[in-house]
Design a protein around this ligand. Structure first.
Ligand code: ARG
Length: 550
């Protein structure tokens, strides 16, 4: 149950009035507090405290209220009934929305012929978690990996392969683009050749197409490896710049029919600046002077295609924040041209930095590749576990490393930069993925050791017990807010708070110890199960895997 929503709506129904419900940090005086009397007092022309006292008996009639009292200038504190907490917390979570939407999600966006780098980490992790959240709420999503597979880099790579032969593996392949780019920098003939090849590839040259298809296989296999290691949901469509190429002509026609395309130095652009713009807003480039499909044309054609085939209510994009301007331009043109009626949103991420605040680099100063980063974190986990004298199998180490990377990524507000520190994120204490997994493993192990001792029915709850159960009743609200605010960090922070309460409960409330009587033990096992199920659901939304032991 979404406890907050239930309590809030029940109070408003009872009083025929919309008031604010607060959840005080300190629950000593109540689990919730409402300003209803203070708001009503204004229109009623009464003293708020007096009015609050008049309202109390009404509130006490509600099925969840154990006690209600007046505080301060007229706040009303409400204490929940233990049997109500128990009953609702025992029900399985159900956060299915009453208004399911069709949502196209665009994340990943890997590039063919280039290694995935640190910049692809957040789009993958946050995009995947957002997808899981949307599905959990009952929305229908379609995830697109809008790959970079059709631009000038393809010409540069093909030119190189024509001269030096086909690469045997991803490592060899990923070296070609930087090498060929460097050469094009000093050698204009080489650059022009790459441009020509790009144009001919795009118009169907069979020899170039064959080479392209061959190295494409290597890149797609590498993307699969990353998906697997990051435990991402499979993409519903790997359809990027090449996939939308057949729709560029239709899209262009629509732009033309609206008189949006303007010639500028041989290129075709759309002016998107409005008088309200205070920041620079350059025109969107639809076609270059050498007649090549642009990055923006691909995104507009993708909107056209997705609208035609999926007819989504929402299209959401997850990339780094350097693309903010690009998406502003694309969204403006999409709306000006009436390409879609869908709500369009773009979440632009901050960067992962080293301790110096500069973009995270490998030890030799290069751009950190994604797979290397995962290896680095796995090694850090291994070192830590060995130092602690533990023996864990490779799968467990991998699961801990996965949690370290993903949880840390989800924890931060997506728009801000964060420091990426392999040592810190692999700690078993603090706001870390390993701490989350450790708590889950601990709850699982209690339940395993207890065997099939049956759970309790309602009885009185201690503070630690009720605090933990009340937190589990905030899960559905958290998922809903994370979706509404596109704030996946809410799930990570929620998981941490839940773990804190679960560990406090674990320390203060013995369960399997000999001196614990049977009803208390049964009750606490019930609470352990509820906390575990809720934590497991949160962990699942983050795409982490709980090991058997830690
Ligand atoms: N391939 C691009 C890059 O690596 C990201 C693509 C993002 N998605 C999009 N629809 N433009 O920078």
């Amino acid at each position: 149950m979404n406890l907050y929503k239930y309590v809030s709506e029940s109070i408003n129904d009872k009083l025929g009035f919309t008031a604010n419900l607060e959840t005080p940090r300190n629950r000593a005086f109540g689990d919730f507090s409402t300003n209803a009397a203070m708001v009503m007092a204004k229109s009623a022309g009464k003293n708020p405290r007096e009015l609050a006292n008049e309202i109390l008996p009404k509130l006490r009639e509600l099925d969840f209220v154990a006690d209600a009292s007046v505080a301060g200038p007229g706040f009303i504190n409400i204490k929940l009934r233990d049997d109500f907490i128990w009953r609702t917390a025992s029900e399985p979570h159900n956060a299915t929305t009453a208004t399911p939407k069709k949502i196209d999600l665009d994340y990943g966006g890997y590039n063919v012929g280039k290694a995935l780098h640190i910049g692809h980490l957040r789009t993958s992790i946050v995009g995947d978690t957002f997808n899981r959240i949307a599905r959990f709420l009952g929305h229908t999503t379609k995830s697109y990996n809008h790959i970079g597979d059709w631009g000038r880099p393809m010409g540069l790579i093909i030119a190189w392969i024509l001269e030096y032969g086909m690469p045997k593996n991803a490592d060899e392949l990923n070296k070609i683009y930087p090498a060929s780019t460097a050469r094009a920098h000093d050698d204009e003939t080489w650059l022009n050749r790459a441009k020509e090849i790009t144009a001919e590839l795009q118009s169907g040259n069979p020899q170039y197409r064959q080479i392209y298809d061959d190295f494409m296989k290597i890149s797609l296999a590498q993307m699969d490896e990353v998906l697997h290691r990051l435990n991402l949901l499979p993409f519903d469509a790997t359809m990027g710049e090449r996939g939308v190429a057949p729709y560029v002509a239709d899209t262009q026609k629509i732009l033309e029919s609206r008189n949006l395309l303007v010639e500028s130095d041989g290129a075709l652009v759309v002016n998107v600046r409005t008088d309200d713009d205070t920041a620079p807003m350059p025109p969107l480039m639809f076609r270059t002077s050498s007649d090549a499909q642009t990055y923006a044309a691909a995104d507009l054609s993708a909107i056209y295609y997705r609208t035609k085939t999926d007819n989504p209510d929402i299209i959401g994009y997850f990339t780094d924040s350097r693309q903010n301007l690009h998406f502003q331009q694309v969204f403006r043109v999409a709306k000006m041209a009436g390409l879609t009626t869908a709500e369009l949103f773009h979440t632009g991420f901050g960067a992962l930095t080293g301790p110096d605040g500069k973009p995270f680099k490998t030890r030799d100063g290069g751009v950190a590749e994604l797979l290397d980063i995962l290896d680095m974190v796995r090694d850090a986990v291994h070192t830590r576990v060995t130092a602690a004298g533990k023996q864990l199998n490779a799968e467990t180490i991998n699961n801990i490393a996965l949690a370290a990377v993903k949880f840390n990524d989800l924890l931060h507000d997506v728009r801000s930069d964060y420091v990426f520190d392999p040592t810190q994120i692999t700690s078993f204490e603090g706001r870390t993925g390993p701490y989350i997994l450790y708590t889950a493993v601990r709850l699982n192990s209690v339940l395993k050791r207890a065997g099939d001792q049956s759970d309790a029915s309602a009885s009185d709850l201690t503070d630690d017990e009720r605090n933990l159960l009340i937190e589990t009743l905030d899960f559905e609200r958290t998922v809903q807010s994370a979706f509404d605010n596109r704030a996946t960090d809410m799930i990570a922070n929620y998981a941490y708070d839940l773990c804190q309460l679960a560990n406090t409960f674990y320390h203060n409330c013995p369960i399997l110890r000999d001196d614990v009587d049977a009803p208390t033990r049964a009750k606490r096992l019930g609470i352990t199960r509820i906390a575990r199920d809720t934590l497991a659901a949160a962990i699942d939304l983050m795409g982490l895997k709980i090991p058997d032991e830690m």
